[in-house]
Design a protein around this ligand. Structure first.
Ligand SMILES: Nc1nc2c(ncn2[C@@H]2O[C@H](COP(=O)(O)OP(=O)(O)O)[C@@H](O)[C@H]2O)c(=O)[nH]1
Ligand SMILES: [Mg+2]
Length: 306
């Protein structure tokens, strides 16, 4: 199954809101663009979690273009599509690979966001690209966290560096980077414990892991991926702010897009941060990954809708 099928699957619930709910605004043949219509449409757009700014911009344009006119579903959908498309930009290069030595990727986010599962998806992705991968289990706070990553490592047949429970996560990160360098791995992915942006010490610790990796491998980490849970919508975005302040996040991995009608959150993320959404998680298995391409995202979101 290709990336396109994956993104389609991930957007199913969001499509439902857009299509079913917007279509329901059109009881007869067309509908007069009046205040009531605009209010109803705004509420639907907001439900996709694209953010109030984008939702207002879309309804404003519809008001300007069509006020007092009877419009058809297709005309409205076309405007929504155009406006969403305009707000999304291509992520540029997906991964900034190291010029020499292993490419080191650090993965962070709040508890339960989907970090460990997303790492499994990345492992599978890199393996399909023909690259060797070494994992670093720097979530040492819970024994179960290391075990979870170990299970994935076993299934995906990649080696993993671990540490005893409650040991210094930076030390695990350090050993993973050293091993990746000495044994010529292409990619080294470091898992980290979940944390809240309000936990100052833990945010400092992310910074330490970041520095330790950089000492072992030039320019490491080459990517810092922040995993956001799509089902938390706008509140997930708010959490992200603290992370981008604590460490230079280079990309968003948007997990659990399949479990939510809030797929518009991609738009909100783009509006809020200058950080591209690079990967999208669409299920609990290692193959449930989509690479984020704005063009495809928009196409799949509106495919079959009009
Ligand atoms: N439906 C769905 N579930 C996901 C996805 N990514 C992760 N999960 C689930 O979310 C839960 C938390 O994931 P985990 O990777 O342990 O999160 P972590 O605490 O951030 O490491 C698990 O039950 C995962 O199976 C996804 O893309 N889609
Ligand atoms: Mg985890």
């Amino acid at each position: 199954m290709g990336w396109l099928d994956s993104i389609r699957r991930g957007l199913k619930k969001t499509k439902n809101v857009l299509f079913t709910d917007v279509r329901d605004l059109f009881k007869k043949e067309g509908r007069l663009v009046d205040e009531e219509f605009i209010d109803d449409l705004l509420a639907i757009l907001v439900r996709t979690d694209m953010g109030i700014k984008a939702a207002r911009a879309i309804t404003k344009r519809i008001q300007t273009d069509f006020r007092g006119r009877v419009v058809h579903l297709e005309e409205i959908m076309l405007v929504i599509r155009e406006e969403i498309q305009q707000r999304l930009e291509a992520p540029g290069e997906l991964i900034r690979y190291a010029e020499e030595g292993p490419t080191v990727i650090m993965v962070e986010g709040v508890n339960g966001a989907g970090k460990t599962t997303s790492i499994a998806k990345l492992v599978r992705y890199f393996k399909e690209e023909g690259k060797s991968v070494l994992l670093g289990a720097a979530d040492t706070f819970r024994a179960a966290a290391t075990e979870q990553l170990q299970i994935w490592a076993g299934r995906l047949e990649v080696p993993i560096v671990t540490g005893p429970p409650n040991s210094d996560p930076a030390s695990v990160a350090h050993r993973a980077a050293v091993q990746a360098k000495e044994e010529n791995f292409d990619v080294c992915i470091v898992d980290t414990a979940g944390r809240q942006q309000t936990q100052h010490n833990l945010m400092q610790q992310l910074n330490k892991i970041h520095r330790v990796l950089g000492k072992q491998v030039p320019d490491a980490p080459h990517e810092v991926l922040l995993v956001l849970d799509a089902t938390t919508g706008q509140s997930g975005i708010a959490q992200a702010e603290g992370f981008t302040e604590a460490s230079p996040v280079t990309g968003i991995f948007l997990a659990k897009l399949d479990g939510t009608a809030k797929g518009g959150v991609v738009v909100a993320i783009h509006e809020k941060f200058d950080i591209p959404v690079k990967f999208v998680g669409v299920g609990e298995q290692a193959e449930d990954l989509a690479l984020f391409e704005p063009q495809e995202y928009v196409e799949q979101l509106f495919q079959g809708l009009f």
